[in-house]
Design a protein around this ligand. Sequence first.
Ligand SMILES: [Zn+2]
Length: 593
Amino acid sequence: MPPREQILELKERMQRLIIGREHVVERLRVLACVLCCLGANSIGAEVAEQPLSAHTPRLIVQITVDQLRGDMPTRYLDRLGDGGLKWLLDNGVHYANAHYEHANTETIVGHACLATGAQPRVHGMVANVWLDRGLGRLVYNIEDPNVHLLTAGADVDGSTEIDPTQRAAKVEGRSPAALLASTFGDELSIMTAGKSKVFGVSVKDRGAVSMAGHTGTAYWFSKATAEFVTSSYYMDKYPKWVTAFNAAGHPQRYAKSEWTLLHDQATYQYGDADDNVWETALPGWGRVFPHSYGPADGKMFPTFLTLSPAGDELTLDFALELMDKEELGTDEVTDYLAISFSSTDYVGHIFGPSSLEAEDNLLRLDRTLARLFKVLDAKIGLENTVIVLSADHGGPEAPGALTELGLKASYVEPDTWDRAPAIETLKKRFGFGEELIDQYFHPYIYLNRELIANKGLDQAEIEKSVAEALTNFDGVALAISSSALRTGNLPDTPILHSVLNNFNPKRSGDIYVVFEAHRFINDFDGLVVACTHGSPWNYDTYVPVIIVASGIAPKTVYRRTSPLDIAPTLAALVGAKPPSGAEGDPLFEVVDR
Ligand SMILES: [Zn+2]
């Protein structure tokens, strides 16, 4: 490029940088280049040496929106505000074709991938619930008998908890003990000899604990006490500010009020479709606007908060208080705050992603994000902050919504499967029937290994037989035996790779069941819901990845990427080593600055 054109281009870049919110040092770097071109080499060299260290962020904010499918940030683009999702899209690199590569697209599995950059087979979080063969019972991913909650009565209340995986926990203690890899936050702690402050906040315990890693501190929302709580893994006593925050009674401001629409109903894509038969009509909550939170002492009050944008608003209230009181981002040492917003997931389960509730929730999430970015800008400076937004998994459409449009879709009902012929076949071959199966907690079937060993039967043969029988049942696309995964005796297809990426020999079941696309179980232990994610199909693996960092060129990237790239990218940005099991690659659009 001729020097004059080069100068003009640089001038133009300067102009853009001055208008935008770019880092001041980046402006100086461009100025230095301009001066270089003009022959002022010595001044240019002096200024240009500065940017490197100044690129180190003071705070990294990793936002996870539970069940935010990859298409969602742009779905209602024309109705978003300026400071939230649109600001992210305008100022960040938007990876618009990011997919998880594991089969069981559930909450803890995806969160652990985001935190560690590792596959489930390595980080060990293969499901929200798995069979602990040592204990002989199903365990919840972050339950830990060696620790306890710091708040009395904050344990899961089985009578109001709608998430069956939460109810599977047998002890109240929570910790990252079962997470088998280091997280980005852990690596930051190692690099700075513990000087970095590392936190995870969410409504869901697993959304906070996974992201805080082994070295950080996690806080989550107890639906039993309507307070943010933690466990003795992290501390013995709450800091004063947490006690004061909980005493201030933030949830109570929603008491006796309603979740109403943000805008005129006629402006919504689903404005004329609020009442769909496939939506869950929870008693007291209903399936049409307005949704009433009820009185603060109502049994379901805290649960209703989490099923609406209020859950995210309260999560942000707590996160902002934490940022302030723990003085995040106030010195040269990079701090890390992970915020996992859970409302989108609950709303998706109860009403489906294509519902008036989900649409309003997204517009309100956009406002919540805008509030976060505004505070970050005022307190720390967006130029000193790296922001990452992604999701732990996507989500399916409600089968009813699909059939209305002409697609074939329906729920899967294992209770209606005619098992008798399959059991008869097993009995004939092995001398035993149903007793060969210990547990079926989707997606894994666990065989009764003791019985098989005691009778000298061949486990691989039984796995194969059960898997073959399963494929005949309505809704089952594939059933894959773990023996086949162990020996690599499988065709080279993306779905089978995703099942292999999910396979941890100590925790995975003996047979992995994959349902046909657009088909899933919608029975949450008796509660019939609109949607359940957890499949290896694109709608469940597809998530947004948006990263804003000083000095990057905003763009949309359609290359296929993975959320596993996030942790190694953050590590590269601060000069930390990648987490122990990370398999992703630093994203060059972000790190090549
Ligand atoms: Zn979910």
